[in-house]
Design a protein around this ligand. Sequence first.
Ligand code: NDP
Length: 446
Amino acid sequence: MDKIVSQFLAQVNARNQNEPEFMQAVTEVAETVIPYIVQQDIYYGQNILLRMVEPERVVSFRVAWIDDNEEIQVNRGYRIEMNSAIGPYKGGLRFHPSVNLSVLKFLAFEQIFKNSLTTLPMGGGKGGSDFNPKGRSDTEVMRFCQSFMTELFRHIGPNRDIPAGDIGVGSREIGYLFGQYKRLKNEFTGVLTGKGVSWGGSLIRPEATGYGVVYFTQQMLDHQNDNLEGKKIVISGSGNVAQFAAEKCIQLGGKVMTLSDSSGYIFDPDGIDEEKLAFIMDLKNVKRGRIHEYAEHYPSASFHSGKKPWEVPCEIALPCATQNELSGKDAELLIKNGCRCVGEGANMPSTPEAITLFVKNKVLFAPGKASNAGGVAVSGLEMAQNSLRYSWTREEVDQRLQTIMKDIHQSCIQFGTEKEQVNYVKGANIAGFVKIADAMLAQGVV
Ligand code: NDP
């Protein structure tokens, strides 16, 4: 079996040189899905995984725009249309200086499995730019978004490809992108998700990824007759996902001890309560400040410059910042300090070494493609509401989100149980694969 997997990976690697993040994501899937494929007559010999790792289409384009000093800036924009077997391409846009083809292909590849797990009719895609919105004025961000959409608009549409937010793309950016799309097409359609509630957005969409991570974590604990009440929780990041993961943990009685950004983490031994979280939301979303300002405002807290929060003893860890933020060494430390459950809010935040350690030490480990699927699930619900020209209540959307997260957990149990242990990585990969593979087989050699 190892030989079949390594031959497959060598073949993919030969075609995707210098794309380490993409190969990391493909390797994790290949190691769990190929052993399953070889046991299934309907999939074996169809080269389905080889087809899945090849994007259906990759668009790369120039984004020229004028900054506040009237200098011309040039960035690179991308859209990866990975797989449309089960629905139109769906996945976020990331604006961050680290964006390149490898990062977006890994995200697009993960996205097809995640979207399949939601059971909603969405294919997988991802896009973005190496543009850094940090430190830019609102008008600079607007001019960039308008230039970006002036090319992207011809590749997307409500039945073709429906982008959303991701790192560096929040409600402000979605607004500017939507405004420009509408201007170019002269039509008001659900072409982007994460829209404002007054212009076609869904209630609970901002909260959905973070809430979903916690609902999934709750399911894993419940399966072990445990819950979140009184648990010490360490969270990384302080953006959209981290903020609402923290909010839901607090609501369910957990003690949130940390949040972070790329400059370091804050540790509050008293726990971050609702009032303190409101301070962080205002700091990050309105003032666009840095997380160290929390420690200056609350004397009980400390700021740890250049460090990651995994050194803080906890029972539950929720990495919600970015890929490969949790290394093998971090995992060792977490396990040594008593961590028993990890729910990934970010995409691929744990390195392969960290995942191996978690699984070996029987830490409940939820891979992002399962545990952070709540965001795209509610995006799917936003698309449905746009098509119906109707809005569901907060309670209705939240209820659907909880049901979807519960069902994803159940799929992981169905496909990932081995020797009475649930391997959530295997479960998520195989459950996601089956639905896409069946659709691809039915649609012929495409
Ligand atoms: P935001 O831009 O709102 O926040 C990102 C957070 O992560 C910030 O605190 C940022 O700090 C930190 N961060 C980013 N890059 C790094 C880095 N290289 N090192 C350390 N910290 C970093 O993004 P989101 O919260 O939306 O996304 C977070 C993660 O969740 C991503 O992996 C994303 O793909 C994933 N995700 C998001 C979904 C969504 O609905 N938004 C859906 C599913 C997954 P700083 O401000 O200093 O850069």
